[in-house]
Design a protein around this ligand. Structure first.
Ligand SMILES: Cc1cc2nc3c(=O)[nH]c(=O)nc-3n(C[C@H](O)[C@H](O)[C@H](O)COP(=O)(O)OP(=O)(O)OC[C@H]3O[C@@H](n4cnc5c(N)ncnc54)[C@H](O)[C@@H]3O)c2cc1C
Length: 449
């Protein structure tokens, strides 16, 4: 039987009245804020960490994928993603990698400071160390959110609210219907490693010594950190079987994730290149969460439609990042690309199986050059002045595997901020907003849609 205490009623001071209040300050939330501010809205952004950037900064995940279609001829993503890329590049804080899924590699410390600068330039009011904690609604209208920070519990009134908390904390409290995929993509504690790993086979090390250090038959990936010498970003391990939207699981994932990160360092210290000095120089300030729950909206993205490049009247994002599923069951990863190529890599990278999903399905003709997602994916059925943007996106498991990357969620954030500002202008309910107006406003604001 559950035990309860009744919290005494109390008056909560309203510390701000604003046009748009955004909870969660990853690039999804920041880009929503900047887009709305550029359309003339007064915007307040709350973030529970000490900095903006979300997983890209606090989780040390420093790769954004290509802005081009698969033929590399047409630019399909621009907007604030490109602005940030240009500004980081100008500072030597970003490099371009050319691989099958070409990407931009940045320095997360530089991104932190740039996001501070960009929010200030666009007159977005930012509150750090401030957590969303409850919502106040009246009928189908969200009236206020309750926040907590060093000043205590306070309220913010706004005309429109955007939930960019990743897990959809406001959506949860609003009782919006939610769903969980059968296999949730596992989290990873990323760290920075000093020391040369050239010639060191991680697969062989784990095979020979993994058990000694409590490391699973698992594999991940690593990359350099732009502008930094002798340091690699390591995302080598996963924590399996946890639901990071549950407090106990999240605590367990944090502790196990960093144990694994340090075990990896201990293993390379013991068995890496002889004479090489290895050290962990930075550990994510929280575990990188790939997935928790998803919330229903008017439109659900389906993996097959993405891979076939289905077109929509009112697109709000374009992408090419493949379906990328980190398996829960056998520690493998499957990639499925628009051009048909499919690759599954099993535990430790020991076995790779290549195939072609288009040939398997007997598809002929030209593959799609990119995929799109329509405005309706942001439209919340139940509330007139609320939307959620981020990894809580309404997508089936395959579509989520593709959409979850930051170049896609950045665009989703831009669309959410744009839609919110348009609703303010027209005084309309987001459910009645014409998606084509959002696409047009995104284009005018620099998106390549
Ligand atoms: C290990 C790992 C590797 C990945 N690799 C890549 C990659 O190479 N490239 C790529 O593009 N993507 C990658 N991804 C995916 C991508 O990073 C995430 O899908 C994306 O960052 C999710 O963005 P988001 O805005 O939804 O959430 P988040 O980045 O998690 O941001 C949510 C923000 O909301 C804040 N917040 C949460 N709750 C509250 C609250 N109650 N009050 C106030 N603030 C709150 C958080 O502090 C955070 O700043 C990876 C993810 C992981 C974990």
């Amino acid at each position: 039987m559950k035990d309860f205490i009744t919290e005494p009623a109390r008056n909560i001071p309203v510390i701000a009245e604003t046009d748009i209040c955004i909870a969660g300050g990853s690039c999804t939330g920041v880009f929503a804020a900047i887009r709305a501010a550029r359309l003339g809205a007064k915007v307040l952004l709350i973030e529970r960490q000490n900095c903006l950037g979300g997983v890209a900064v606090s989780g040390l995940v420093n790769i954004w994928h290509t802005l081009m279609d698969i033929s590399n001829k047409r630019q399909i993503i621009s907007g604030l993603t490109e602005e940030v890329i240009d500004r980081l590049y100008a500072r030597g804080a970003l490099t371009k990698q050319n691989a099958r899924s070409s990407s931009y590699n940045f320095n997360p410390c530089e991104l932190t400071v740039l996001l501070d600068r960009m929010t200030a330039e666009n007159k977005v009011k930012v509150m750090l160390h401030t957590s969303y904690s409850a919502v106040v609604r009246e009928g189908d209208k969200v009236k206020a959110v309750i926040i907590e920070n060093k000043d205590g519990r306070q309220a913010i009134r706004a005309k429109f609210f955007i939930d960019a908390t990743g897990d959809g904390d406001i959506a949860r409290d609003l009782g919006i219907s939610r769903f969980v995929h059968e296999y949730i993509q596992p989290p990873t504690a990323v760290f920075h490693l000093q020391g040369n790993m050239d010639g060191v086979s991680l697969r062989e090390l784990i095979e020979a010594h993994g058990k000694e250090f409590g490391l699973d038959d698992d594999w991940g990936w690593n990359t350099h950190v732009a502008g930094v010498q002798d340091i690699t970003m390591r995302a080598d391990n996963h924590v399996f079987g946890v639901r990071c939207d549950r407090a106990d699981d999240l605590t367990a994932a944090e502790i196990e994730g960093r144990r694994r990160a340090m075990a990896f360092v201990d293993m390379v210290k013991a068995y890496g290149r002889s004479g090489e000095h290895y050290a962990m120089t930075n550990l994510c300030s929280y575990i990188g969460i790939r997935e928790t729950v998803h919330y229903d909206t008017v439109f659900r993205a389906i993996g097959r439609d993405l891979l076939l490049g289905r077109e929509y009247e009112a697109p709000i994002l374009h992408g090419t990042y493949p379906v990328d599923i980190h398996h829960q069951a056998d520690n493998g990863i499957t990639f499925r690309y628009l051009d048909g190529f499919e690759q599954t890599i099993y535990g430790k990278g020991t076995r790779t199986v290549n195939g072609n999903w288009r040939e398997r399905e007997g598809l002929t003709g030209e593959p799609a050059q990119f995929y799109s997602v329509p405005f309706d994916i942001l439209v919340c059925r139940d509330y007139r002045n609320f939307t959620a943007a981020g990894r809580m996106i309404n997508a089936d498991a395959d579509a989520f595997g593709a959409l979850r990357v930051m170049v896609n969620l950045n665009q989703l954030g831009e669309a959410a901020g744009t839609a919110a500002a348009l609703c303010l202008d027209s005084g309309c309910d987001q459910r009645k907003l014409n998606g084509r107006l959002v696409t047009a406003a995104l284009n005018r604001g620099g998106s390549a849609l």
